[in-house]
Design a binder for this molecule. Structure first.
Ligand SMILES: C[S@@+](CC[C@H](N)C(=O)[O-])C[C@H]1O[C@@H](n2cnc3c(N)ncnc32)[C@H](O)[C@@H]1O
Length: 233
């Protein structure tokens, strides 16, 4: 990984904002990911994220924290919170923004336990592929304190396969339709292609059942997205 995501965050943090990140997937064209969005304040967050932050309790873990926007809000509210990300640049930025406990770490290597685990901005993305969902969910479950909760958002991206006549063009013999190849570029450099997973609520719920987690729908968003709360059965 070249950490272009982290480089972009660092540029923005250091006052060198001139270009946005460009993303695309195997089923969609290039799109700009505006850097200011990755530094959003509470008032500019989608309602799903705002609601997730309101539901936080106890010691919190922000998984894939990016620049630390959610962590900063909770820290200011007095929460004890740890932020982790695999991007070195992201963690450097989070620390510069004032995040007290920020660490470069893959969630699979985390060992502490928490009352709330947050995974926001398509939190299922880091699972990468459907076959890996149980592994990640089991691990997240092992990091929960008694009565702990996991708050995670995602989207049902079936709409992305809809054609003008209202039919769907997805290949039923291919893998799960929410498994995407994700391409990112920044200032002309290309990141190593990644896998990024969108999970519809029912598929997430089924996967949760296989690892002994109860999955509740907390709320629907404005565009096929949702917030779920997972607790130990
Ligand atoms: C879509 S960004 C979301 C950033 C931030 N949560 C936000 O809402 O602005 C996903 C983040 O997850 C991080 N990430 C991906 N896989 C991870 C993993 N296995 N463990 C920890 N962080 C991961 C990426 O580096 C990236 O910063």
């Amino acid at each position: 990984m070249k950490d272009l995501f982290g480089k972009a965050l660092l540029d923005f943090q250091n006052g060198n904002y001139s270009e946005d990140i460009i993303t695309s997937t195997n089923i969609s064209d290039e799109d700009a990911l505006p850097l200011p969005y990755l530094f959003r304040e509470f008032k500019d967050m989608p309602k799903l994220e705002q609601h997730a932050l309101k539901l936080c309790k106890g010691h919190v873990l922000d998984v894939g924290c990016g620049s630390g926007s959610h962590t900063i809000y909770l820290q200011e509210k007095g929460f004890k919170i740890k932020a982790l990300d695999i991007s070195k640049g992201a963690i450097e930025v989070a620390k510069k923004r004032g995040v007290l406990h920020a660490k470069v770490l893959n969630i699979l290597d985390e060992r502490e336990t928490f009352d709330t685990i947050l995974l926001l901005m398509n939190g299922t993305g880091i699972f990468q592929e459907l076959t890996q969902v149980s592994k990640y969910l089991s691990h997240l479950k092992s990091l929960l304190k008694r009565n702990g909760q996991i708050l995670i958002d995602s989207s049902d991206i079936k709409y992305m396969y809809e054609d003008e006549d209202g039919g769907y063009w997805m290949d039923m013999n291919a893998g799960y339709y929410g498994e995407l190849d994700y391409f990112l570029s920044y200032k002309g450099a290309k990141e190593t292609p990644m896998k990024w997973l969108y999970l519809d609520f029912e598929t997430l719920k089924l996967a949760c059942e296989t690892v002994g987690l109860k999955c509740e729908l907390v709320m629907d968003g404005d565009h096929f997205d949702y917030l779920a709360r997972l607790i130990v059965k």
